[in-house]
Design a protein. Structure first.
Length: 254
């Protein structure tokens, strides 16, 4: 029995240490965490539980309007309208789908069916002109001309391809065959002189001299290379060999 006071003091000290450790184990702001809130996972402070939102340092239950559902977010509005409804002044109102329309995949709007076009919140039938077909678009014109026709003021006019011409890949314009050039809605043959080759371009002569020849009007003349010189990079002129430099029509050392 003589050791009872000592054991009592030891137990008292252990109890005090346990209380100290428990105090430090609690979050620093545990006493300030409001109802329906929890300490943040990282850093200090607290945040409202799901389904609640912070109002004046308290957590109030989120008021989910009719035709809506609570989201998992703890921030912002934290609710969304059901499929087929849209938020109008914090209310979820049914989306009014016009005749010949349908709800879009997300359920927050509508689109017109193929063959109809949005016209002031209505789905108006598309008027497809002759020599045209419906496109997949529900905005704008919503139709395209057949191949070989071009759009002109709401109609499809035939593309008149001249002789020695052909339709482009889009089918709404034409281009001249190789060796011809467009001139006033015609395809005129390009006169390629001797020692030259055709160049498919809408500008210039339409031809270029072979290497070793230079353009001289409508013909290609042989490049006359002086002594100590060679053909230049383009092959249609000459330049002096190093260390010679051009002087007049020849190459000399300076």
């Amino acid at each position: 029995m003589n050791n009872v006071p000592g054991m009592y003091r030891l137990l008292k000290n252990v109890t005090n240490l346990a209380m100290i450790f428990a105090f430090f184990a609690l979050p620093a702001n545990a006493a300030t965490i409001p109802k329906n809130a929890s300490p943040k996972t990282f850093g200090g402070g607290w945040e409202c539980n799901r389904g609640f939102t912070e109002v004046n340092k308290t957590c109030e239950a989120v008021k989910v309007p009719k035709n809506a559902y609570a989201t998992k977010s703890r921030y912002g509005r934290i609710w969304e309208c059901n499929h087929g409804f849209q938020n109008v002044s914090e209310r979820c109102l049914a989306i009014k789908v016009p005749t010949n329309g349908f709800l879009n995949a997300s359920g927050d709007g509508w689109k017109c069916k193929r063959g109809f076009i949005d016209d002031d919140r209505r789905c108006r039938p598309v008027k497809v002109p002759k020599n045209a077909f419906l496109s997949t678009s529900t905005i704008g014109r919503a139709w395209e001309c057949n191949r070989g026709f071009r759009e002109n003021n709401g109609s499809c006019l035939v593309v008149r391809v001249p002789k020695n011409g052909y339709l482009r890949s889009g089918g709404d314009s034409w281009k001249c065959e190789r060796g011809f050039r467009a001139t006033k809605n015609k395809c005129i043959a390009v006169a390629v002189p001797a020692n030259a080759y055709f160049v498919d371009s809408s500008y210039g002569k339409g031809w270029k001299c072979e290497r070793g020849y230079t353009a001289n009007g409508k013909v290609c003349s042989l490049v006359k290379i002086p002594k100590n010189a060679h053909l230049n990079f383009s092959g249609n002129g000459w330049e002096c060999n190093r260390p010679y430099r051009k002087q007049g029509s020849g190459c000399s050392l300076r």
